[in-house]
Design a protein around this ligand. Structure first.
Ligand code: ARG
Length: 475
């Protein structure tokens, strides 16, 4: 139970009017309402960015002649002390003070007196919180991007190692044609390559400074929005004050990125789970990424991919939460927007953990080429190669399809793969078949023949892996 959800008679929260806006109120806010409307329990995560924004704002106010140098320095020093106190874990967060912004401002005033009260000149919590979340998310993106790169790096390295490993390729989860394991791994990498570019795109659009929009209309003070934008390493200030305080597109975009990324990881997870099963046995996952069963001693469960697959659900849910939160909101700021934080925070945490788990686990995958080869061999996976062979001998594709279909039916009845039939057996179905057919019926011949850009031939996989690796180097 969290410390705020205990009893309905709990009177620990608001016993006084809020110092920041209590002036026009005749009675203190109801205890439960104070707790209900407060965000400090979750938005305290923004403290570092809140202080960063306040330092930039105070410096700008000084440049604009609103604060003296001495006042600015007092404010900055006070904020730095508060930051250290928060980091040391002995900051007295108070629900009465609603949110991270007012907690820090109140602590500053308690520390440096009346000067602390000047910090909020020409600013509102509305542009303040919009700034904080952008700064916070930008930091998180810069943390997530290298983990994604590490995951891709591991994937590409494994793909290069497995360029010659033959496995069945599937459509409808039925054996289709042989592919190389390296090729399969690089397919995953392409998904992540697009995810990475979506993440950078999101960063690009969020990197504008809302500071100066104030409550909604701007402010009457001679502020310098370029100054604060630059101080906070934003590309530029936002264009419109109404939009600035109400826009949460950047959070939605991040969650969209995250949902697509998690969807990709869930697809990988599904395959990893299948491949570790006794029925496939295509790969081993090292024990450190698996857990056992408390009742079945033989079990080794692929918990990490299963959990990543499962966590896709909550990330998709957060995207829908944010879209629904923003839907139909009139301009400009509404309290609804306070609900943006928890879904965003949880999305970031989930994505970071899932990426980390995969980045650690993927390079440790051990393939079982014998099992993959056997599975490809069993599934008539070179049937298309035989059909193409007959076309090269002058038979129309539809007819060759029919001929091969009959050969497969024979193989099923006789329990023989196409490559295991004798020339005489194959010739029952077409006299066009001659001894050179065995070059195309082998799995090696089949994959090597798909030797073009994007194809599964080992030579192509090696080239594709080195191009993929070079792209990582350009980041
Ligand atoms: N805690 C609020 C939020 O997260 C900060 C902004 C509050 N602004 C206001 N006018 N009540 O959105």
């Amino acid at each position: 139970m969290s410390k705020n959800e205990n009893s309905e008679t709990n009177k620990t929260a608001a016993t006084q009017t809020n110092q920041a806006w209590g002036g026009r109120f005749n009675e203190p806010v109801d205890d439960f309402v104070a707790r209900f409307t407060a965000s400090v329990n979750f938005d305290q995560r923004l403290y570092r960015q809140d202080i960063q924004g306040s330092v930039a704002h105070a410096s700008m106010l000084c440049e604009a002649g609103v604060l003296t140098d001495v006042e600015r320095d007092q404010i900055i020093l006070g904020l730095q002390e508060i930051e250290a106190q928060i980091e040391a874990g002995d900051f007295p967060w108070s629900v009465v003070l609603e949110d991270v912004h007012m907690n820090i401002e109140a602590a500053l005033t308690a520390k440096i007196g009346i000067v602390g009260k000047k910090l909020h000149t020409g600013r509102s919590r509305n542009d303040q919180v919009a700034t904080d979340i952008r700064l916070w998310l930008r930091d998180q993106i810069d943390h997530i991007a290298p983990i994604l790169t590490r995951l891709q790096d591991g994937l590409i390295g494994l793909a290069a190692q497995e360029a010659n490993t033959i496995m069945p390729g599937f459509t409808h989860l039925q054996t289709a044609q042989p592919v190389t394991f390296g090729h399969h791994l690089l397919a995953w990498n392409e998904m992540f390559e697009r995810d990475f570019s979506r993440l950078q795109d999101c960063r690009k659009r969020l990197n504008q400074s809302p500071l100066g929009a104030a409550a909604l209309a701007g402010t009457t003070y001679p502020i310098d929005r370029q100054f604060t934008a630059q101080a906070l390493a934003f590309d530029k200030p936002t264009e419109n004050s109404l939009d600035s305080v109400s826009d949460r597109d950047f959070a939605i975009e991040f969650c969209a990125f995250a949902s697509i990324l998690m969807t990709h990881m869930s697809r990988m997870s599904e395959e990893l789970v299948l491949w570790t099963s006794a029925q496939f046995q295509f790969i081993y996952l090292p024990d450190r990424f698996c857990t056992g069963s408390s009742i079945m001693p033989q079990k080794k469960n692929p918990d990490v991919p299963e959990l990543v697959r499962g966590k896709t659900g909550r990330v998709n849910g957060h995207l829908i939460s944010l879209l629904t939160l923003m839907k139909s909101q009139p301009l400009a700021y509404n309290k609804d927007n306070q609900e943006d934080k928890e879904p965003l925070f949880d999305t970031v945490d989930t994505v970071r953990d899932c990426l980390r788990a995969f980045a650690d686990m993927i390079p440790a995958i051990e393939s079982r080429p014998d099992m993959m080869y056997e599975a490809a061999r069993r599934g008539f996976s070179t049937a298309t190669d035989l059909a193409d062979y007959l076309v090269r001998k002058g038979i129309a594709f539809r007819d060759s399809h029919e001929i091969v279909g009959k050969s497969v039916a024979y193989g099923l009845a006789e329990n023989k793969d196409l490559s295991e039939m004798s020339l005489e057996e194959l010739q029952q179905f077409s006299t066009e078949i001659s001894a050179d057919v065995f070059d195309v019926l082998t799995l090696e011949g089949s994959v090597a023949a798909r030797d073009h850009l994007g194809g599964t031939a080992p030579a192509q996989v090696i080239a594709a892996a080195s191009r993929a690796k070079a792209r990582l180097g350009e980041r």
